[in-house]
Design a protein around this ligand. Structure first.
Ligand SMILES: Cc1cc2nc3c(=O)[nH]c(=O)nc-3n(C[C@H](O)[C@H](O)[C@H](O)COP(=O)(O)OP(=O)(O)OC[C@H]3O[C@@H](n4cnc5c(N)ncnc54)[C@H](O)[C@@H]3O)c2cc1C
Length: 392
């Protein structure tokens, strides 16, 4: 059994009653992106996760290279993949993308993000749910180390949406499921390979992400009732790789509200994972930055908490069309006769169309967002703590 790094036994002292300006629940892509955005804001930021930072890999860890560069985490890249291949029962196509994917090391990437989070504090704690609000308007969060409170609370806890009531629960929630293996690899290959074959999975796809010394080979099903273990093992065998070191999880395929009852939701907890592709790292960065900026403006005294919540909810909602389009394709692709799908993939394969289609896709959460619209630094003569008390 895998033993995850977390605080145990006597190390697990009580945090009960801890009050901070900003409480970020979840220390993966979304939570760390918010924390990074708050560096130097003057706010007292506490990040909690059930495991230590970078401890539990949650994906195949492939992300558009320009996003990894924009986030200052390119050092975690293990292999750059400028191509994508798509295989159906009737053939394969190979596209050169207008941008590349990069496979990265999860632990290292999280470490690099955390290093940019300034004075933020980290504690391991399992978040159990909301515990209401106190008289000052602070949000109360129940954890296994006691109740934490803050005027600004972010749920970056992944697909379950822990700070919502009720939580999302498979198999009835709009969730996909994925499982992958991580066999040794020789560093060869320049493509992220995708299989769309009903023989592998009825509604979903298989993938292989070469990542330096390991490959990440897996299968995702848009139907949460379908188990994917057999399919994952079969795909690994098909590409002559061992089915070793399993890693799996659920991931959302429908956008959810960005805000609920005074709490910000970012990343998978807000359904920020693109339908069809199941790509949720770049969007966790993107919406994490957007959320962090709204929170930062509250800390600076430039807006109240309610305004920040509304602005972030509106920002999330403005992306609803792109998520709807992707969900439409997620329904359409598995329904297409395989020969039609193969033909469509060939027709799309003209470089001009590939550039256009993948350019549109990247533009839905573009890396240029990282550098744009950063709120001004807090004026030195403003008292952030007072601004926060007023916000609450
Ligand atoms: C098999 C698989 C492969 C994937 N491959 C890719 C890929 O290559 N590229 C891509 O872009 N997307 C991929 N995805 C999707 C991607 O993993 C998610 O969209 C992404 O991880 C979302 O980031 P997040 O920070 O919102 O949530 P998560 O990464 O799920 O992080 C949630 C964090 O909250 C913590 N947590 C959860 N519950 C609690 C609790 N109760 N108390 C305390 N802490 C808690 C967890 O420990 C974790 O650190 C894949 C998904 C799967 C399942």
């Amino acid at each position: 059994m895998t033993v995850r790094a977390t605080k145990r036994g006597t190390e697990r002292t009580s945090l009960d009653g801890t009050r901070v300006d900003v409480l970020i629940c979840g220390a993966s892509f979304a939570g760390l992106a918010v924390a990074r955005e708050l560096a130097g804001s003057g706010a007292e930021v506490l990040v909690v996760d059930r495991y230590e930072v970078g401890e539990r890999q949650t994906s195949a860890c492939a992300c558009p290279t320009p996003w990894l560069q924009a986030m200052g985490v390119a050092g975690a890249i293990r292999q750059e993949l400028p191509y994508m291949s798509f295989t159906t029962p009737h053939g394969s196509v190979r596209y050169r993308l207008p941008w590349s994917w990069s496979a990265f090391d999860y632990r290292e990437l999280c470490g690099l993000l955390w290093a940019q989070a300034g004075d933020a504090r980290f504690e391991t704690a399992k978040v159990e749910g909301r515990a209401g609000r106190d008289r000052d308007g602070d949000v109360l969060v129940a954890t296994d180390r006691g109740t934490l409170r803050a005027p600004l609370v972010i749920d970056a806890l992944g697909w379950r949406r822990v700070l919502s009531s009720p939580h999302y629960q498979p198999p009835d929630a709009p969730l996909s499921r994925g499982l992958e293996v991580h066999p040794d690899h020789d560093g060869s290959g320049d493509a992220l390979d995708v299989w769309v074959e009903r023989g592998i999975v009825r509604r979903g796809y298989g993938w292989r992400v070469p990542a330096g010394t390991e490959a990440r080979i897996g299968v995702g099903s848009y139907d949460p009732r379908r188990h994917v273990k057999e399919a994952t093992v079969a795909l690994a065998q098909r590409v002559d790789a061992g089915a070793v070191r399993y890693q799996g999880n659920w991931f959302p395929h429908r956008l959810r509200d960005g805000v609920e009852d005074g709490v910000f939701f970012v990343g998978d907890s807000a359904g920020h994972c693109f339908p069809l592709s199941g790509e949720g790292i770049r969007t966790a960065f993107y919406f994490g930055i957007a959320c962090g900026r709204e929170v930062r403006r509250v800390v600076a005294g430039d807006q109240g908490r309610e305004h920040a919540l509304a602005a972030y909810a509106g920002f999330t909602q403005r992306h609803a069309r792109a998520f709807r389009i992707a969900l439409g394709f997620q329904r359409l692709v598995p329904a297409l006769p395989p020969r039609v799908l193969t033909l469509a993939l060939r027709l799309i394969g003209t470089q001009a169309i590939v550039d256009r289609a993948f350019g549109w896709y990247l533009a839905q959460a573009p890396p240029s967002f990282e550098a744009a619209e950063r709120p001004p630094a807090r004026p030195p003569d403003r008292d952030a703590r007072r601004a926060l008390a007023e916000a609450a």
